[in-house]
Design a protein around this ligand. Sequence first.
Ligand SMILES: Cc1cc2nc3c(=O)[nH]c(=O)nc-3n(C[C@H](O)[C@H](O)[C@H](O)COP(=O)(O)OP(=O)(O)OC[C@H]3O[C@@H](n4cnc5c(N)ncnc54)[C@H](O)[C@@H]3O)c2cc1C
Length: 274
Amino acid sequence: MKPADFTYHRPDTVAEVTDLLSRLDDAKVLGGGQSLLPIMNMRLASPSHLVDLTAIRALRQFSETESGIRYGATTTHMMIEDQLVPDVTRGLLPHAASGIGYRAIRNRGTVAGSLAHADSSAEWPTVMSAVDATVQAASIRGVRPIPVRELLQGFFTTALDEDEFIIGVDVPRFAPDTRWGLYKMARKPGEFAESLAVALVRTDGVELWLGAARDVPIRLPNVEQALHAAGALELSELAEAVGADTGREGHHRQLHAVTVQRALQAAHQEATRV
Ligand SMILES: Cc1cc2nc3c(=O)[nH]c(=O)nc-3n(C[C@H](O)[C@H](O)[C@H](O)COP(=O)(O)OP(=O)(O)OC[C@H]3O[C@@H](n4cnc5c(N)ncnc54)[C@H](O)[C@@H]3O)c2cc1C
C-alpha cells in the first residue's frame, strides 16, 4: 500500500521546525522514516504534514557536555555503531546500535526517532533509560530537558507535547567503575526484541533494566535487592524476582529471567576483560 496524501516540508533550521509545528494541524516530524513510513504505508497513520528533519545540519552533530555527550536528533544508529560519534559508555551504545534491525535500517533510523516512537521492545528506550539519558525537546516556547525515564509513558506514548520535537539526546559519561552487559532475545537477527536486558555493574551494586516486558522499559528492584543480598542467584530464584518485578508468569517470566541472567554474565565478563 502507499500512504495517503500529505504535504512534505524540508526545513533547514530548528526554528523553522518549531514554527511549522506551532502552525500546522496534524503534522509529524520525520527522522529516518524507518518506523513512520511503514506505518503510513499501511495507513495506520495519515498525517497531513511531514516535517523532515534530515536537512538540518545542526541536528546531525554532536557536542561534548559537562556530564558526557549530546547527540543531535538525527544521529543514526549506524553513526553510533561505527563510532563516527564519540561514545561515553565504554562500548554499550555501539553494541546496542549494532543489534538494531539490519544495516539498511541502521543507516537511516535515528536515535531520537526511536525514542519518540517509544516501542518498549526497541533498543534505545531500554538502553537510554538504563544510562539515564535526557532528551532536549524544542518548541516555540523554548527548549526543555526530559529524562528518557519520564519521556516514555506507555505503548507508543511520550511526554512530548504535540508541537514539540527532540533536538538532542544527552548521554552521561560512565563512571570508571561501571561495567555493562546487554542481552537481546529475538526470534532471529534483525527482529525486535522479545526480551532485552541491560545490566550495569558498579562497585556499590547492580542496576538492571528490562525492555519488551511491559509498555515501557522497567527497572528491576526485586532482582537488584536479591542479588545484593545473595551475591548470585540460581535461575529459578532470578525468575521469581523477575516475576515480582514484571508481573509476568510462565514462559515470559522464564524468557526474561534468562535474558537478565545473560546480561549479568556479560557484565561480569566485561569486568574481567578490562
Ligand atoms: C524491518 C525493521 C526492523 C527493525 N528492527 C528494529 C530493532 O531490532 N530494534 C529497534 O530498536 N528498532 C528496529 N526498527 C526500528 C528502527 O530502529 C527505526 O529507525 C526507529 O524505531 C525509528 O527511528 P526513525 O528515525 O526511523 O523514526 P521515524 O520513523 O522517522 O519516526 C518514528 C516516530 O518518531 C517521531 N520522530 C522522529 N524523529 C523525532 C524527533 N526528533 N522528535 C520527535 N519525534 C520524532 C515521528 O514523528 C514518528 O512518530 C526496525 C524497523 C524496521 C523497518
